[in-house]
Design a protein around this ligand. Sequence first.
Ligand code: FCB
Length: 507
Amino acid sequence: MFSSGKNWFVMRTYQTLIVCVLIGQIACDQDRRIPRDFMLGSGLSSYQYEGAWNEDGRGPSFWDAELHNPKPKDFVIDNSNADLAADGYHLYKEDIQLVKDMGLDSLRFSFSWPRILPTGYANKINQAGIDYYNDFIDELLKYNITPIATMYQMDMPAKLLEYGSWTNPAVVDFFLDYVKILYDNFGDRVKLWITINEPFIYCYYSYSNIGFPPFLDLSGVGDYICMKNMLIANARAYRLYHKHYRKQQGGQVGLILLNNWHEPLTNSTDDVEAADDSNKFMNEMFLHAIFSEVGGYPKIVKQKIDAKSAEQGFPRSRLPPLSESEIKMIKGTADFVGLNSYFTSYVYRNRSVDDLHHVPSMLNDVYIGFDVDPAALDASYRFKSVPDSAYKLLMNIKESYNNPPIYITENGYTTQGGLDDDDRVEYINDFLNAVLDAREGGCDVRGYNVWSFIDLFEWKYGYVNKYGLYEVDFSSPNRTRTARKSAHYYKNIATTRTISKKVKEIK
Ligand code: FCB
């Protein structure tokens, strides 16, 4: 009954031709193959996913410390926390089965630092935490799904909050103790490591009191100290691996940057300069320090912060300096870039910018205004998502930083619920096409991961914002998962390894 390989091919070509004639040539021309070595996946993170906040020896995380104490109502907009979240601690096997059924190549997840080191100190390792991640990783490998393992995704032992969290260099040492435990326990199976998720934006949000613990208002000072410490933490974690583990384990270590592309609001010289400056400032601080020939902070970042600090009467720059040996130590410390990218911002620059931001602050230093403040975006993450900006973003990295390997580690679309998420389908389709365009343009982009596989606790947006390919019913005790349209759509892409340039109806 089955035709031989050659006959089958002739038949398929013939069928395709007939279908093309029937549905119109254009539709057929717009189908594209996804190269076999391009990884398609999705993602989760520990605090957002696991729940089980006090089970099996997990210590409190800094989120527990913050959210278990009374806070103003809008601290998290629905006043929720992730004590139970999506109950991934108990349901991971079912979820990984769904990942497998979708035909995905990779799943990105993060380790909960307080599940591994409940007190924050490395003299007491929680074996149940190690067991959980061993099982999680083994379950992925059983189905041939590549684990992309993040060490730090906004989830830290509460104890370290008392040290001031990432503004204290001592926390870098505690981080390194934890990193070593991860390499020792999981490095035989994890081959793609991420040190830190979104260091720039994490520091900005945490120390400008926008969205992450320690919720401190140290704007324009604490955020830069945090960034320097994270540059060093990443570099030390990378160097530790390459010195002691790389040879036997053969993996790679990278970090994840949140890069949203900035476009000028108008074509005035000021706005064009504003867009250029903000791309360099907000997207390239870490890229420059790690991947450029000269290393260190981008020139524009140093110039602007130094000048503003002087103007504001600070006796020295608010940007902590990097010594020659630190610059050297940081250079080259990523085998690949993980990129999280969600939307395009339109920026402008005129005198009104003076009144827009806290002084001092990172945004006042860059000296730009947004047509919509990104920190206020919720459902409007959809706002002006210009998919070809993903192409520009990727090609800019290719050109400016010698074409490093890139994985899109997060990209997704928020809704407020419902299974018919046509907007998300369209968004993923457009974005992934732009990524594949960049690959065809010579950019070494190797994979794409939708954020998120299922609905999660979305930080300050609680359970209001939903990114999942699968819906989670947070009101049911068993946290029922239901496939959205986008889940079927993405499955179709993953299993056929084909994507259409325009969204097509799938059966
Ligand atoms: C990213 C975070 C991720 C998720 C998405 C929506 O910045 O890394 O945990 O919350 O935003």
